[in-house]
Design a protein around this ligand. Structure first.
Ligand SMILES: [Fe+2]
Length: 341
């Protein structure tokens, strides 16, 4: 009996640790040597089996036993500034390398670029060669370790950017936001064995391995990805600022703690004014949003007036404050919803 109890405990522990392995290392689609002569087999093996594997293992370790176990990869990346460094670095490392392996292929296994991507590149950069020059400049000037990206911006245009370390444009720590469709790893571990310190030579060679067909598929998927709107909205800083104060006052009020709302009602009102006077992203710049922002400002003014008003019945005042902040919270979510229209 005692033995079977121990067995059940051991099994439960095993299952628990097995479930914690949220992320796993994807297989490299080709043999290590298939990328020769542009990237040598040993570099590919160490890069994939050691470096990428370490990002996956460390990411799983960092999120085990936390609520982040249930977060999507997109969510981990989008709110990177709120995450521990281990999550930011390793979630980025896993996402970035997964994309990198997908877009690399030996010459004989590459698919051609789509008309849609070719047209977008021509319109944006004049030619594929100009794009390569821009990407190489972004990669060459990235000090230390990082990535150069071709991404789709929320305005629907392509852009070339670079990020440090294992950051990427989905992250809120990135100045330029968008969905990456092509990434070039410029960490020394990506090229040092063959090219040593000659990053430019590696950058000259890497283009032979870019599978433009896959990049084209990623472009088509990004154009229809709801994440694009999320990124646009997330870049509306006045909305983020308001949201922060709203969350820090409304949620305690839900727990019957009205102190934050009473002491910060002026700040909430000020943030609502700033939000009303800010320029919304293109997708949210319409009369419905402007109307909701006006109502939000008015609602926050009422809350501030009520919070400042002396009262003989504190419980009654709190009930009224809760009613008012709930209305403001509803309007705020109305604004957020309208951003998707
Ligand atoms: Fe790498």
């Amino acid at each position: 009996m005692k033995n079977s109890f121990l067995l059940i405990c051991a099994f439960t522990l095993f299952m628990g640790s097995a479930q914690a392995q949220v992320y796993s290392l994807p297989n490299l689609p080709f043999a290590f040597s298939a990328y020769e002569p542009f990237i040598d087999a040993q570099t590919m093996e160490i890069h994939h089996d050691k470096h990428h594997a370490a990002y996956v293992n460390n990411l799983n370790k960092a999120i085990t036993g936390t609520s982040m176990e249930n977060s999507s990869m997109t969510n981990l990346l989008m709110y990177a500034s709120f995450r521990p460094a281990a999550v930011r670095n390793n979630a980025g490392g896993h996402y970035n390398h997964t994309l990198f392996w997908e877009i690399l292929a030996p010459t004989n296994a590459q698919k051609p670029i789509s008309d849609a991507l070719q047209t977008a590149i021509t319109n944006q950069f004049k030619s594929l060669d100009s794009l390569k020059t821009l990407m190489n400049a972004a990669a060459a000037t990235r000090f230390g370790s990082g990535w150069a990206w071709l991404m789709l911006s929320p305005d629907g245009k392509l852009a070339v950017v670079s990020t440090a370390n294992q950051d990427n444009p989905i992250m809120d720590v990135s100045k330029d936001r968008g969905i990456p469709i092509l990434g070039i790893d410029v960490w020394e571990h990506a090229y040092y064995l063959k090219y040593q310190n000659k990053r430019a030579d590696y950058l000259g060679a890497i283009w032979n391995l870019i599978n433009w067909g896959v990049v084209s598929d990623k472009y088509a998927a990004a154009l229809n990805d709801p994440l694009l709107m999320e990124l646009e909205k997330d870049n509306w800083l006045a909305l983020k600022d308001f949201h922060k104060v709203m969350a820090q006052t409304f949620h305690p009020a839900e727990e019957n703690n009205f102190e934050p709302l009473r002491t910060r009602s002026g700040e909430l009102y000020a943030k609502a004014i700033l939000l009303k006077n800010s320029t919304p992203p293109a997708s949210a710049n319409n009369p419905k949003v402007q109307d909701a922002l006006s109502r939000l400002e008015q609602q926050c003014f009422s809350i501030h007036q009520l919070a400042q008003k002396p009262s003989k019945n504190e419980a009654d005042k709190n009930a009224k404050l809760f009613e008012q902040i709930t209305k403001a919270h509803d309007i705020f979510h109305e604004v957020e919803g309208l951003c998707h229209d």
